[in-house]
Write a protein of this length. Structure first.
Length: 120
């Protein structure tokens, strides 16, 4: 397996691509979106998808790779996923403060909620 093939099978990369797809997938061409879904979300092999679409394995790989680059480019420009992650982190902090239930945590909670509003 070549280095470029591993980049499409790395579990961390696949998870990130699936999140990016949630945010930006609608911006992909319909056919590309279908192929990307088959590979990343449905975990079909390049060969299986190639057979289904009457294409070569390399052709499917190129589409998946192109979609991956496009999704990463959208994130680089728009940063919706990054903002989502930051808001999620702040909400986790709020949750921990609420569970502690101390009066002095009220100011911390208010500060975190203001940060979340700014992020969003």
């Amino acid at each position: 397996m070549t280095e470029k093939d591993r980049s499409l099978t790395d579990p961390e990369k696949i998870v990130k691509l699936s999140y990016l797809y949630d945010f930006y997938g609608a911006l992909l061409k319909d056919r590309h979106r279908e192929i990307f879904e088959e590979y990343v979300l449905n975990d079909l092999s390049l060969s299986e998808i190639a057979g289904e679409y009457g294409m070569t394995r390399q052709g499917i790989y190129d589409i998946v790779k192109r979609c991956s680059r496009r999704l990463e480019s959208y994130e680089e420009k728009l940063q919706l996923f990054e903002r989502f992650q930051m808001a999620k982190e702040r909400l986790g902090q709020v949750e921990q403060l609420v569970k502690r239930g101390r009066e002095e945590d009220r100011q911390s909670i208010l500060g975190l909620t203001h940060e979340i509003y700014e992020i969003l």
